[in-house]
Design a protein around this ligand. Structure first.
Ligand code: PGA
Length: 267
């Protein structure tokens, strides 16, 4: 059984106290559930939590104080700017994330692309600069409902992936660190997940797109997550697809039980 990636995107939910409570509850859950400890310890599960900017530092502290950082549980940001410093009101930089030992970041989440107007070009700058700062990008891609209905899913995913990776080359070993997330926009927060076979098709196609920029060696090893209304009732069949290595979860990641129930069948 391969390692499963279970990532929770908390979006603009949970302040400092709620984030700390979640991590404390996660730690208690681990104490009480051998299956979870074993999955994490045997490297069959990796958990990633993506709190708000204001909660990151305290979430990191609690995580470390509970020893979860040594148990395959990681903290990431939901966004970051690509410049080191500068007149960029409202932004934070990778070095600021480095300071609090935050080593993952979502990049190009559909809410960033569609609500905040992030372009493929901007996302490409972020991917490159994240890697330069030792931060693992979780690069998101996915089509809107209109694009899907127009039969443009592959074209959109190909454009998003090839632009995001265009400044990288397969000689850079760090590119192997990138994690990918296919999240159809119409499935995010709607309760309407993609059918497992459809999600599999696009994840396989995403791998093909990675291969055409970085080569087969990288694409074969690339970790691709599916996201969009994932919950315990639909996760198992999604995670059983051959090109889906994990899930990026929004709503169901806000409670410890609903989050961990997603991977319980694989214990
Ligand atoms: P959802 O969000 O699980 O609430 O659909 C997923 C995401 O935005 O990453």
């Amino acid at each position: 059984m391969e390692k499963i990636y279970l990532y929770g995107n908390w979006k603009m939910y949970k302040g400092i106290e709620q984030s700390e409570n979640f991590i404390n509850d996660l730690s208690k859950y681990m104490e009480n559930h051998l299956w979870l400890r074993q999955m994490l310890k045997n490297d069959r599960l990796e958990i990633g939590l993506f709190p708000s900017f204001t909660s990151l530092a305290s979430a990191r502290k609690v995580l470390t104080s509970k020893g979860l950082d040594k148990m395959n549980v990681h903290i990431g940001s939901q966004n970051c700017h690509y410049e080191e410093t500068g007149a960029f009101t409202g932004e934070i930089s990778w070095s600021m994330l480095n300071e609090i030992d935050c080593n993952y970041s979502l990049i190009g989440h559909s809410e960033r692309r569609h609500i905040f107007g992030e372009s493929d070009e901007l996302i490409s700058l972020k991917v490159r600069s994240a890697l330069d700062h030792g931060i693992i990008p979780v690069l998101c891609c996915g089509e809107t409902l209109e694009e899907r209905e127009n039969g443009e899913t592959e074209r959109v995913v190909a454009r998003q992936i090839s632009t995001a990776l265009k400044d990288l080359n397969n000689n850079m070993t760090i590119v192997g660190n990138i994690i990918y997330a296919y999240e159809p926009v119409w499935a995010i927060g709607t309760g309407r997940s993609a059918m497992p076979e459809d999600a599999q098709d696009v994840c396989r196609y995403t791998r093909k797109c990675i291969s055409s920029v970085l080569g087969e060696k990288h694409s074969g090893n690339a970790k691709i997550l599916y996201g969009g209304s994932v919950k315990s009732s639909n996760a198992e069949s999604l995670l059983n697809q051959s090109d889906i290595d994990g899930v990026l979860v929004g709503g169901a990641s806000l409670q410890v039980d609903s989050f961990l129930d997603i991977v319980k069948p694989f214990a």
